[in-house]
Design a protein around this ligand. Structure first.
Ligand code: ADP
Ligand code: MG
Length: 693
């Protein structure tokens, strides 16, 4: 394999565009991609024709407008290129069908923002994310909007948030005499996942229907030996990873790092970062290909945030920054951050944004699956805070306290190994417990769930930071001594929002108490986290920055709660079915066998000891009765939830149904440890986690 040659071979990327498009058309298209200039519709025909020709040479017969409706998943509908001509067909892609497609929108969630009789939805080409050919189809990335112009997807608001940030960041740069064409936000999403044997997977209804195990006693060897993290990769997993890389590279996804994660059967892939919308598309493709490639290897890829209780779940670290087209990273500290007023102002804006909109950030990553991670001592807590590390932490402390800054510069120093060349030590240590950590020249937002579409988190980040920039620019534009005025703003804002900065261990109860004292939000589940999105202040920021209309913002909140409610409902129903149809009968059968054994023994002689059996019969019979009662309670409580009203329904799910499910699970998991393996109806955690060679 010649990697540089095959990289991006399925993508209609810059070099293909250059080779295949007339030079005028190429220039116009690049202007749109690089500086956000609106695309001239007249060039669409030429682009479409070149794109089609190239796609056909790659074996494509169809094209699709690829979009991301509010389900968070990718959606596609394939049309072939054929057009009848006499009794033959020709292959055609017109400029119009490249630019716009029509799609029935009524079956996608809209959060009530669009009545279903107004079913018309339009997909519109996003020329800033490159098209690609996959399995005989040309994929054209698009945004999805309604007939009346409301956005029905995650992509359009993401692009709007990038535009908002571009506009406001340029105002900030201008204060310091820096002019540029465009400020882009960049994202590098690190993806965690599990791989298990597909045959075992297919025996678990819960994994198939809900993505996670609803039952399962803990395995005797979990992750306590800490030997899986960065451990040797098993041959079968290695083959999967090689295959996945090849696929990802062919689609231009910059897959860079792969390793085993903390939990048994858990792994991670990190790409090199790219512009936000390209990174989002790349991550959607990554998740899809992980599942497909796994299947080819007889594996099942689990992207759920918490497939197994008792061992780590999966997240997605969203590395985020902002850069100008000339390559200036706005989060680059430079050698002396204390003298870098631009950097300090940018930092103050981020700190202000995260503090003021901590609830929105928490809500932007809230989901039923992610509720299992946040606050469970493996992922960051549910409390939003900012980690700056020693160097920046000390700088901010000195600004807030009005003291002189003593530089904590990265030291040149050996590592104590004589053979090793001297290397500069990092200025910050790693802090895995922080939800939002400064890591050199970027922030790492670590609260995202592994199955999440990363658009939501980035829409939020871009918007709130753009808003803070806009406030600062309003205040500073026209000031004579920018350095002085900016430093005053920096000190004032860092003081005001100092409470959000937390440089210590985020695990453990002390931080919860301290965070409460500071007045920080601590919403532990989706039902409690999302309602902040209905507050005027949290809607207005999106409206002000032109990212959502009021109706669009409310629709997003409705859909998030609706989705949460639906997921808990499906989980509860699956649990009820598994317990009633498989588990309770299996335990009963095992008890019956024990009873028969006792009878046979007694037939031999009354004196043969049967204590083991009798104890088990007693214990399991009682537990099975308890299980049956707990399932009945879950069933009747579930019936009592009125799912038409999202706010109250989601509350009932979080505070009534989830605890009911916990109760059922506790009993069943105990029965699993007492029931003969021959009778237990499902593969155990051992079978699921340790069967891949
Ligand atoms: P770490 O070792 O701290 O995790 P890395 O440099 O390995 O940091 O990067 C981790 C992730 O962050 C990678 O996906 C990388 O591409 C991404 N990243 C690096 N720089 C940026 C940036 N400027 N903007 C967004 N993501 C970035
Ligand atoms: Mg990381």
């Amino acid at each position: 394999m010649n990697l540089p040659e095959m990289f991006g071979e399925n993508v209609f990327n810059d070099s293909v565009q250059k080779d295949t498009l007339p030079s005028e058309v190429y220039k116009a298209l690049r202007a749109t991609i690089e500086s956000g200039k609106q695309l001239d519709v007249n060039i669409a025909g030429a682009v479409a024709s070149a794109m089609k020709k190239w796609a056909i040479s790659k074996g494509a017969t169809h094209y699709t407008h690829w979009f991301q409706p509010l389900t968070g998943l990718a959606a596609e509908k394939h049309d072939s290129f054929i057009e009848p001509e006499g009794d033959k067909v020709i292959m055609r892609l017109t400029g119009k069908s490249l630019i716009i497609g029509e799609s029935d929108a009524s079956s996608f969630p809209s959060g009530g923002s669009r009545a279903t009789y107004m079913a018309r939805g339009y997909t519109a080409w996003d020329p800033t994310s490159p098209a690609f050919v996959k399995e005989g189809t040309l994929y054209i990335p698009t945004v999805f909007v309604s007939y009346t112009g409301e956005t029905l997807d995650k992509k359009a608001p993401l692009l709007r948030s990038m535009t908002a940030l571009d506009k406001q960041a340029k105002r900030i740069l201008k204060l310091f005499g820096i002019e540029c064409k465009k400020v882009s936000t960049t994202v590098g999403p690190e993806q965690e996942y599990f791989l298990i044997d597909e045959e075992e997977y297919l025996k678990r209804k819960d994994l198939m229907l809900t993505g996670r195990t609803l039952f399962g006693a803990p395995v005797t060897r979990g992750q306590e030996l800490e030997d899986h993290y960065f451990g040797t990769i098993k041959p079968k997993i290695g083959e999967f990873m090689r295959d996945l890389d090849k696929e990802l590279w062919s689609y231009g996804v910059l897959s860079k790092t792969k390793h085993n994660e903390v939990a048994p059967a858990q792994h991670e892939m990190a790409p090199v970062f790219s512009t936000s919308n390209v990174a989002v598309d790349g991550n959607m493709l990554t998740m899809e290909l992980m599942k497909k490639v796994a299947h080819k290897h007889g594996l099942a890829c689990l992207l759920h945030e918490k497939p197994f209780r008792g061992i780590n779940g999966s997240g997605k670290h969203n590395n985020w920054s902002m850069s100008t087209d000339s390559g200036l990273n706005l989060l680059n500290t430079g050698d002396s951050p204390e003298e870098n007023t631009l950097f300090k102002l940018v930092l103050a804006a981020v700190v202000k944004a995260v503090d003021e909109y901590q609830g929105v950030m928490r809500a932007s990553i809230a989901s039923a699956g992610n509720d299992h991670r946040l606050g469970a001592d493996e992922a960051p807590p549910a409390i939003m805070s900012v980690y700056l590390g020693d160097q920046l932490g000390a700088l901010v402390d000195s600004i807030v306290k009005g003291e002189n800054y003593k530089s904590v510069k990265a030291e040149e120093g050996g590592i104590g190994v004589p053979e090793s060349p001297i290397f500069p030590k990092d200025a910050t240590d790693r802090n895995r417990t922080s939800p939002f950590a400064f890591t050199g020249n970027k922030f790492e937002f670590r609260m995202l769930g592994s199955q999440a579409n990363v658009s939501d988190a980035n829409i939020c980040l871009n918007t709130i930071v753009a808003d803070a920039f806009s406030d600062f620019a309003d205040e500073l534009e026209g000031k004579k001594d920018i350095e002085k005025a900016a430093n005053a703003v920096i000190a004032r804002e860092l003081k005001k929002h100092y409470r959000i900065i937390f440089n210590l261990d985020g695990y453990g109860p002390e931080w919860e108490v301290e965070a409460a004292r500071r007045g920080l939000l601590n919403n532990k589940n989706t039902a409690d986290a999302v309602p902040v999105l209905y507050q005027d202040k949290n809607i207005d920021v999106f409206v002000r920055q032109g990212v959502y209309t009021r109706a669009e913002a409310i629709a997003r909140a409705d859909i998030r709660l609706e989705n949460y409610t639906k997921i808990i409902n499906i989980e509860a129903l699956t649990m009820i079915e598994m317990a009633k149809r498989d588990i309770i009968p299996a335990v009963s059968d095992f008890v019956a066998e024990l009873c028969r054994n006792v009878t046979s023994k007694r037939a031999v002689s009354e004196r043969v000891p049967c204590n083991a059996e009798i104890k088990l019969i007693d214990k399991l019979s009682q537990l099975n009765d308890n299980a049956s009662a707990a399932v009945e309670k879950l069933e009747s409580d579930l019936k009592s939830v009125d799912r038409r009203e999202v706010l109250s329904a989601s509350q009932s799910m979080a505070h009534l149904i989830v605890p009911d499910m916990e109760a059922v699970r506790a009993i069943v998991d105990e029965m699993e440890t007492l029931t003969s393996a021959d009778y237990w109806p499902y593969p155990t955690y051992f079978d699921l986690l340790y069967s891949v060679k």
